[in-house]
Design a protein around this ligand. Structure first.
Ligand code: NDP
Length: 444
């Protein structure tokens, strides 16, 4: 079947799942030259099989709030592809979650995980539960109820979840605790665990650090570095905070952070004690970014995003489709010359086109934010060995992995005739690895 027909079928069979359609369309568009070179993939129906998840689980998650009122949320786990390893991918708690979001994330995860060079398949999960404004006890009861169903479907050799939006150390702790109680087994079934009980050092930092390592590699190719550059970061959660820290370490100046209510602009840079303030605000008090503007007397734009400000580099690290076509024009007009995607699919296809037409250095999410899942893979390795490695050892491995992902993506773009197009390079390199494995393993 042609790639166009496959795409039409995906849209037909998955109505209304627009984020999933978008993710599939981008990959299919970039693998056209591969399919011409490899008719055996077409004959074996590799792409038809790839776009259909191996398994999709949807379940009821009932829980009781502090007032004794019963609520019912919906839980999801999409086990997309296990040709090169156990399903691996995070869990997202956000009111916008529905099956189309989980499928887009699970689909992208297949190629991202392949790029890391580690043995991990693709999966993703989540719920439309909103942890914002909930007490710790409510979050705990929700997580326990979520695990009361999920535990049947996961195992260290089958499917190993991690965190994502709305799921950090607190939520992973509650889910892991419930898994351990239900299974009576202490095993590496989650990554992003606390280092006190089986987690890897550097896992919390890995996505943000990896994003900056990848961006550094991309700049190095052009004989540039991050030193002295002004950086626009969106979001203020796990990825944004750690991208901020690594940018500061490498001499860059981060001037924006945001959340779903607005954006702050600090022309002096968010560094030193201000970083501690952000961590306390977001991870402990769970407050709004606006409070930063009040504390440090800087500009705050209610409902705004970072893309209207001047800068050199943009690191979108909040959510999908946060850079629209107009935003991309603004970034180009305001002098941004490089974009590194920390979030998953933060730029729309129209925005990516604008970047490419204007020769902006562009690091796509599947490659640039693969640091998180890479260290998750290293956490699984440590759990299997019942060992834990030092911070320096894991950080060194992360750096090497990000360097390799950059090199693989770059070399693949060159091989397929569009040197420097890392969207093409990352998609094709990830696809080739999974497609070959599926071919080897027969039609299953
Ligand atoms: P967090 O929950 O820690 O932080 C998310 C941040 O993004 C918050 O500041 C949040 O603001 C903001 N945000 C979320 N949704 C929206 C929205 N609809 N509009 C505007 N702002 C929004 O999540 P992470 O930092 O872990 O994840 C951020 C992105 O990175 C996601 O796309 C995720 O899939 C991706 N990613 C994460 C990895 C990880 O290891 N954690 C690995 C690879 C990718 P608010 O608090 O107001 O909601």
């Amino acid at each position: 079947m042609s790639l166009d027909k496959i795409y039409e079928k995906v849209v037909d069979r998955n109505p209304g799942e627009k984020e999933f359609h978008q993710a599939v369309e981008e990959v299919l568009d970039t693998i056209r030259p591969v399919m011409e070179k490899h008719p055996e993939f077409v004959e074996a129906g590799v792409v038809e099989r790839l776009v259909e998840p191996e398994r999709q689980i949807i379940f009821r998650v009932p829980w009781v709030d502090d007032q004794g009122v019963v609520h019912v949320n919906r839980g999801f786990r999409v086990q997309f592809n296990s040709a090169i390893g156990p399903y691996k991918g995070g869990i997202r708690f956000h009111p916008s979650v529905y099956i189309g979001i989980i499928k887009f994330l699970g689909f992208e995860q297949i190629f991202k995980n392949a790029l890391t060079g580690l043995a991990m398949g693709g999966g993703k999960g989540g719920s439309d539960f909103d942890p914002k404004g909930k007490s710790d006890d409510e979050v705990m009861r929700f997580c326990q109820s979520f695990m009361n169903e999920l535990f049947r479907h996961i195992h260290p050799d089958t499917d190993v979840p991690a965190g994502d939006i709305g799921v950090g150390g607190r939520e992973i702790g509650y889910m892991y605790g419930q898994y351990r109680k239900l299974k009576n087994r202490f095993e590496g079934v989650f990554t992003g665990k606390s280092p006190e009980w089986g987690g890897s050092l550097v896992r919390p930092e890995a996505t943000g650090f990896g994003l900056v390592y990848f961006t550094h590699e991309m700049l190095k190719k052009e004989n540039m570095d991050l030193n002295g550059k002004e950086v626009l970061v969106s979001g203020s959660g796990n990825v944004a905070q750690n991208a901020l820290k690594k940018c500061n370490e490498l001499g860059a100046k981060v001037v924006t952070l945001s959340d779903s209510t607005g954006v702050i602009y600090d022309p002096d840079g968010i560094s030193g004690n201000k970083v501690d303030y952000i961590e306390e605000l977001k991870n402990i008090r769970r407050g709004r970014i606006k409070e930063y503007a009040e504390e440090y007397d800087v500009e705050y734009v209610d409902g705004g995003n970072p893309w209207a400000f001047d800068g050199d580099i943009a690191l979108p690290s909040a959510t999908q489709n946060e850079i629209l076509e107009d935003d991309a024009h603004k970034l180009v007009d305001n002098g941004v010359f490089a974009v590194g995607e920390g979030a998953n699919m933060p730029s729309t296809p129209e925005a990516i086109k604008i970047f490419q037409q204007n020769d902006i250095l562009f690091a796509p999410a599947k490659a640039a934010n693969a640091g998180g899942v890479s260290v998750s893979g290293l956490e699984m390795a440590q759990n299997s060995q019942r060992m834990s490695w030092s911070f320096e050892e894991v950080d060194e491995k992360l750096k090497r992995i990000m360097k390799n992902i950059y090199r693989t993506s770059y070399e693949t773009s060159k091989k397929y005739g569009d040197e420097g197009n890392l969207v093409l390079g990352a998609n094709v390199a990830g696809f080739m690895k999974v497609a070959k494995a599926m071919l080897d393993q027969g039609v299953i």
